[in-house]
Write a protein that binds this ligand. Structure first.
Ligand code: NAP
Length: 285
């Protein structure tokens, strides 16, 4: 294997340690403990596990977490009302609506009920617009985590050609926006892209966000490129053919242990930032 592995677990642990120190300063200066509310509708086992993990990470950095669990039959109106209530609660600094919601729920309406200042998961139109216009705001957590990982490995983004495969609202599109904001030349690919392998071969930075196991082939990777695999498929397999890509890339994320841990670390870090802003303190030092 030629490529160096990008250790998302280590960088996430460092991010969380930094968050823990900032939480300590906020508590010292305001007497208020930052709090993330996690909202879960129904009892989908994967969603239950994800929200538990997020609450555990909150507590690990000294934050509070507020568990809001609503029955499967909750209507859009009831969910929106609950989120509006949390939005008005001064003791809640971040709101995370675990998705997917049950199919009868208008998830967009529920997301849009989250005040942008508390949208630490970066899911609202407002957060997306802030990101796209290069204004301070909260990034969608997986793409935000990918940029943090690139920075942790001192990968130069400016002027490089980044190819993002996937254009979902939570991953591909915000990923492209964040890379553009860092002055990369960005190409977004999707299911109708022609000659995908040839496009990816031009990339200095490849982000795979396709949702198909081992989809990105090793011979699509330009020698020395940086490969970020956001994919998480059954059997702990990413969207990149890891063994083949690692032969030619300079840096590559493993699955698991690459992009995955950065997502929650970004959520926690953004919640601390949200709390500091809402409480009017500078928790940086
Ligand atoms: P998604 O909503 O299903 O989007 C997949 C994207 O891939 C779509 O834009 C689709 O194009 C594109 N695509 C599908 N087939 C393609 C093909 N043959 N060639 C080129 N593009 C193709 O998935 P997502 O939510 O963005 O997630 C993507 C992956 O990231 C999944 O493996 C998911 O598990 C993982 N993920 C990881 C985390 C994390 O925390 N690590 C978080 C979220 C997601 P069209 O738009 O044309 O259909």
């Amino acid at each position: 294997m030629a490529a160096e592995l990008m250790d998302g677990k280590r960088v996430a642990a460092e991010t969380l340690e930094h968050a823990r120190r900032r939480v300590g300063r906020i508590v010292d200066r305001t007497g208020v403990t930052p709090c993330l509310a996690t909202v879960l509708v129904g009892a989908d086992p994967a969603s239950v596990t994800y929200t538990q993990m997020k609450r555990k990470r909150c507590e690990g950095v000294g934050m509070k977490s507020m568990k809001v669990e609503l029955p499967e039959a909750t209507t859009t109106e009831q969910l929106v009302a609950e989120i509006v209530r949390l939005g008005k609660d001064d003791l809640v600094h971040g709101i995370l609506l675990q998705h997917p919601s049950p199919p009868h729920v208008d998830e967009r309406a529920a997301f849009e009920a989250i005040p942008v200042a508390k949208d630490v998961d970066g899911v609202t139109f407002g957060s997306f617009a802030h990101m796209w216009f290069g204004e301070a705001g909260f990034a969608s957590c997986t793409p935000g985590g990918i940029v943090r990982l690139l920075d942790a490995y001192s990968v130069e983004i400016e002027g490089r050609h980044a190819v993002v495969i996937g254009r979902s609202a939570i991953l591909g599109k915000p990923m492209a926006g964040l890379l553009l904001d860092r002055n990369a030349t960005v190409t977004i690919c999707h299911s109708r892209t022609q000659h995908l392998g040839g496009v990816v071969q031009q990339a200095d930075i490849v982000v795979a966000a396709v949702g198909k196991p081992r989809f990105v082939q090793g011979d699509w990777i330009k020698p020395g490129a940086v490969v970020m695999d956001a994919g998480y498929n059954e059997g702990n397999v990413g969207d990149v053919d890891f063994d083949a890509a690692a032969e030619v890339a300079s840096l590559i994320t493993p699955v698991p242990g690459g992009v995955g841990p950065m997502t929650i670390a970004t959520l926690i870090d953004q919640t601390v930032t949200g709390a500091a802003r809402q409480l009017g303190v500078d928790a940086a030092a």
